[in-house]
Design a protein around this ligand. Structure first.
Ligand code: PLP
Length: 392
């Protein structure tokens, strides 16, 4: 840890742990201590650590073909795009390496589509306060949290912010400079904030009426996290553009930008690119991951576990008034506290449970979706012990 502080830029407030091994829902530190990992790389290793099918697919591809330029075709990429198209509203996919990178792609795509269809001046994107879309300048400019902007201005122009879950505020913000509305279906980093049931359908309708594109960032909510392959399915809508990353290759870096054929038509050769996008190794891993994540019985299992967790967390809330609200869906949960969450995170860590705190006071649970009922019980028991210790 001391060596890291000397040579690595101090962009993270890291937990004092050196992790050396992972398997399923567990990780081990360099002292041999075992932890239940309910951070899961922040919703990345949805299938758990060192998943054998994914390791096998990636390893086989490593000895076959690791990289060629995207000026050639490769089969794993095509198979992955076919699967994503089959499983979603989309007709076309662009691949990149991270969430921020595909959100950059989404911003470019909606601007260019709008320019071609409506002419210049219609480039503004309505985004949400408290949102999170990544740290590159474009994605940061779409992120509605001024604390992340400090010192990086001027940001990219052309973004407006309205409160999440307020349809009227979006309607008010629309004028003839607006081309799209971009949001997370459930705000993750912002504190696991759920929309009311009529919000996303209302946004879909508004976008249709005004000729705006609806962009959903499903980077955290997608790929089984909420008990459906994409969170949008819980709200009965489809977007025009969607971004995925995090769990797509279960830990290898990959992002995907998905769109309808009409919108995707705005990208022609030379307009967008990514050297490593859908390289054969990550694409092979993603194919293995997606076939497991999209299985209906797997998703039904996530929903059942989610209902179990919800009951247990609501029960916990009755014992600890410091828990102001329990929010979540599937296996994405937040406990909003009336006090700082860091002591709870530390107390859990000391007891062999890793979880995360966002916004200072929201304890966030994002376990691997493969978590077993026994591991869930262990998680909930440790959480209870930690609350007892911190809030006696
Ligand atoms: N969008 C959402 C909803 C996220 O939760 C994140 C990361 O936490 C990102 C975008 C950025 O992804 P990346 O860190 O891969 O750039």
């Amino acid at each position: 840890m001391e060596r890291a502080d000397k040579v690595i830029m101090h962009t993270y407030g890291r937990q004092p742990l050196v992790l050396v091994k992972g398997e399923g829902c567990r990780v081990w530190d360099d002292q041999g201590r075992e932890y239940l990992d309910c951070v899961a790389g922040l919703a990345v290793v949805n299938l758990g650590h060192a998943h054998p099918a994914i390791a096998k697919a990636a390893a086989a591809q490593l000895t076959q073909l690791v990289h060629v330029s995207n000026i050639y075709y490769t089969t794993p990429m095509v198979e992955l795009a076919e699967a994503l198209v089959r499983l979603s509203f989309a007709d076309r996919v662009f691949f990149a390496n991270s969430g921020a990178e595909v959100n950059e792609g989404a911003i470019k795509l909606v601007r260019r589509y709008s320019r071609e269809r409506f002419g210049a001046g219609r480039h503004r994107i309505i985004c949400m306060e408290n949102s999170f879309h990544g740290r590159t300048l474009g994605a940061l400019s779409a992120t509605g949290q001024p604390k992340f902007w400090q010192g990086f201005d001027p940001l990219l122009p052309g973004f407006s912010f309205v409160p999440f879950n307020d349809l009227e505020a979006v309607a008010q913000a629309v004028d003839d400079t607006v081309c799209a509305v971009m949001l997370e279906p459930i705000q993750g980093e912002g504190g696991v904030c759920l929309p009311s049931p009529d919000y996303l359908p209302g946004l879909r309708q508004l976008c249709d009426e005004k000729g705006l594109l609806l962009v959903l960032d499903e980077i955290q909510t997608g790929l089984g996290r909420t008990g459906t392959l994409f969170a949008q399915e819980n709200f009965g809508i489809t977007p025009d553009v969607m971004t995925l990353a995090k769990a797509l290759a279960n830990g290898l870096p990959m992002g995907a930008l998905l769109a309808t054929a009409e919108v995707a038509g705005a990208f022609v050769p030379g307009t967008h690119a990514s050297t490593f996008g859908a390289g054969p190794v990550v694409a092979a891993a993603a194919n293995a991951a997606l076939s497991l994540l999209s299985a209906p019985e797997f998703l039904a299992g996530v929903r059942a576990k989610g209902e179990y967790v919800q009951k247990a967390l609501l029960q916990l809330q009755t014992k600890f008034p410091v828990i102001k609200e329990v929010r979540g869906l599937g296996l994405m949960w937040g406990l909003e506290l009336t006090e700082e969450g860091a002591p709870v995170v530390a107390a859990c860590r000391e007891r062999g449970l890793l979880l995360n705190c966002t916004q200072g006071n929201v304890i966030r649970l994002l376990p691997p979706l493969i978590i077993t009922p026994k591991e869930l019980d262990a998680t909930l028991a440790t959480l209870r012990d930690a609350f007892k210790a911190v809030f006696p």
